[in-house]
Ligand binder design. Structure first.
Ligand SMILES: [Zn+2]
Length: 175
């Protein structure tokens, strides 16, 4: 919020709370400096929530920049939690909508391991299926033969991803 936006919300709050500080230059500078990363709408929502809260009805304490900042942080966190929940739900829905074939032994094993480690078994199974699919073509990058896993330059099996990106490209080029 900038000084003008702070002035607006202080004016609105003053209508409810006569003890609110007069918006002189010093007060505006201080509030604007403390709330410079809080969006104006979030500031208005925080003032509204504050003066409607049970806590205010009890103590009648004048709102401070700290109250506004705390309210904004709380709603930010709630929004982020809601977003990641929506992403997980969408990922699960996409997996469930995909055509199912008989689960491979890799997929069953990935599912079993995910259930033990607390990961999402549906996502783990889909990743294992992707790994099995991509291994049907040889890898142009590390020269792994069809059916064999990709390896690092030191000859170890690739663990961080199912296969090299070039192998996925090769699979797509084939299908
Ligand atoms: Zn490879």
């Amino acid at each position: 919020m900038n000084r003008n936006q702070v002035k607006t919300i202080l004016g609105a709050a003053a209508a409810i709370d006569p003890t609110i500080p007069a918006p002189d230059a010093g007060v505006l500078d201080m509030w604007a400096a403390m709330l410079d990363d809080v969006p104006a709408e979030a500031g208005q929502a925080a003032v509204r929530a504050y003066y409607r809260s049970d806590a205010y009805a009890e103590h009648h304490r004048t709102i401070t920049p700290g109250d506004i900042f705390a309210h904004w942080k709380r709603t930010e966190l709630d929004n982020r939690k809601r977003e990641s929940l929506a992403e997980i739900t969408a990922a699960r829905a996409a997996i469930e909508a995909a055509p199912r074939e008989l689960p491979s032994i890799h997929a069953l094993f990935a599912r079993f391991r995910a259930e033990r480690t607390g990961d999402d078994p549906d996502i783990a199974e889909a990743e294992a299926d992707a790994g099995r699919m991509v291994r049907t073509v040889p890898c142009p990058h590390c020269k792994a033969a069809a059916g064999a896993p990709c390896t690092t330059p030191t000859g170890r099996e690739l663990r961080r991803e199912p296969a090299h990106p070039k192998r996925f490209e090769a699979l797509h080029a084939k299908s």
